[in-house]
Ligand binder design. Sequence first.
Ligand SMILES: [Zn+2]
Length: 294
Amino acid sequence: MSWHGAAMDRRTFLAAGVAGLAALAGCSADRSPGPRAGTTARTGELPAPSPAPAPPPPPTPGTPQEILARSTVPVLCFHQLREFRPDDSPYARTIITPPAVFTAQLQALRDGGYTTVPGPALIDHLQFGIPLPERPVLLTFDDGSVTHHSVALPALQQFGFVGTFFPMTVVLDKPDWLSREQVRDLDRAGMTIGSHTYDHQRLDRLPADQWDIQLAEPAAELAEVVGHPVDLLAYPNGMWSPEALDRAAAAGYRAAFQLSDPQDVQHPLLTVRRIMPPPTWDGPTLLARMASDF
Ligand SMILES: [Zn+2]
């Protein structure tokens, strides 16, 4: 399908995508059959015994090789969404995204026929092979800048898109950073909240007494903020080590995101790749890099 054709069909498959995700959620949720309404309300009699419907079989996790083979979905990583300031370093200017550039990149995704997917849906796809909409893309936002709520959220909503946000917990409720209420608001708006450690220490060289502080405690704190488990992780600076993978799994994370190193062949779910689109990428460049890097 051409880009143009994809764009023209976008509404159609967006609808299909949303329906597909809803169906997915039904498949993966651990639901027991509820009582049947209306069978006993009038008479108080017990309903006649009937064979319980067989629960759907649990999805089968893929092998590392299968997960690697499915790892073709582009994942983008953004940081602060704001205008440059005079004291921004040259490097900072490669990872700061001015709001108009962000909107243009979202427009390019829309014009390219892409559908944004929630983080858990991507992991369900990688882990269990559960289908995603056509041309899926995952948008992630690291660190916890207040611009994730003030700029990213309304822009995503304008396009009907979703994102996955990884705040550090040390910054919550501090000036220029997300408040706990804003994290809760992102979650309630259909966005996904993951962890980016307590204070952004590199996990490939972490002192032994820091693992709980950097992995388990932030997940527990964010879970308390949003009211449900938080089980996705983004490694600070994308840095990880074999020990970090073991520690992340032991802390309860089902998947973790790095940057552009090759995935670990034994632990591909704990080394999901991302790219950071610099603000200099126009729409065609962004789409080309998404196609070539994943
Ligand atoms: Zn970071």
